[in-house]
Design a protein around this ligand. Structure first.
Ligand SMILES: [Cu+2]
Length: 263
């Protein structure tokens, strides 16, 4: 074979290999093919007296993916990565859930999300994300210690507009679009659980491997017109990577997902 043609062929083969590699990477990034429909929950009356239909979502955030859920039994490909998941109404671990990070809610609806946060935490890169943003009244309801066994608050519920920037476990940050449609920006900081309790639980202090008393944060926001948004966590929680923004932070289905507003 002519050396030039051989060289060209080699380049084409390398090109195909690169594209195949990218394709495999993108496919692997789809770690959560399911979509969770928010549960209808009556109606919500805003401060201005306007009434909206209301839906609810219960989420848990874990220090690893060992809970199973949308990652599969044993935690799937990366059992040690931090992850969001669907939770029960009292923070129950839903090991058999088939979806966990992609959500669908109706337009012009009050969406109330409760997050039980089972992970420890540290300091944000940017204090901006220590503040509650884009919710009804700009507030969230916060319980520092929720007893999942007793199914009751173990510390009083307070109304918050921010948390200390050095006590953040993760954030739920929903981004708007710049396409002229209704914009949506919601960001809520989720306080860390107690470090020692998280470590002790992982070493067997609790049956589940997760703390009995996660933090609990509840917030409500109103959706606009239909659109597809993305949400992610803004706390650098991709341990062991550059600036801690790799691994769980850069793979859908762990610290990010789709948020679909659709009737
Ligand atoms: Cu995170």
């Amino acid at each position: 074979m002519d050396r030039k043609i051989f060289g060209a062929l080699g380049t084409v083969i390398i090109g195909i290999a690169v594209i195949a590699g990218i394709g495999t990477y993108v496919a692997a990034a789809k770690n959560d093919p399911g979509i969770t429909q928010a549960t209808p929950a009556g109606s919500f009356t805003a401060a201005n007296g306007k009434s909206y239909p209301q839906v609810k979502l219960n989420l848990n955030v874990y220090p690893n993916s060992g809970f199973g859920g949308h990652h599969g039994a044993g935690g799937g490909a990366h059992p040690d990565w931090v992850s969001y998941a669907l939770g029960g109404p009292n923070g129950e671990i839903l090991a058999d859930a088939k979806s966990g990070t992609n959500f669908q809610v109706p337009p012009h609806t009050a969406v109330t999300i409760t997050v039980y946060q089972y992970d420890s935490g540290e300091t944000l890169n940017n204090d901006f994300f220590a503040h509650v943003r884009g919710t009804v009244d700009g507030t969230a309801k916060f319980v520092k210690s929720y007893d999942t066994k007793a199914k009751a608050n173990a510390s009083p519920e307070t109304v918050i507009t921010n948390i200390p920037a050095d006590m953040v476990g993760h954030t739920f940050t929903l981004h708007g679009m710049s396409d002229g449609k209704d914009q949506l920006f919601v960001s809520v900081p989720l306080m860390m659980s107690i470090d020692e309790e998280v470590g002790a639980a992982e070493e067997g202090a609790t049956e589940s491997g997760y703390v009995q008393n996660p933090t609990k944060t509840t917030f409500t926001f109103i959706t606009g017109d239909e659109g597809e948004y993305v949400w992610n966590c803004e706390f650098p929680c991709g341990d062991g990577t550059i600036a801690r923004f790799g691994n769980a932070m850069s793979a859908m289905g762990y610290m990010s997902g789709h948020f679909i507003v659709k009737a």
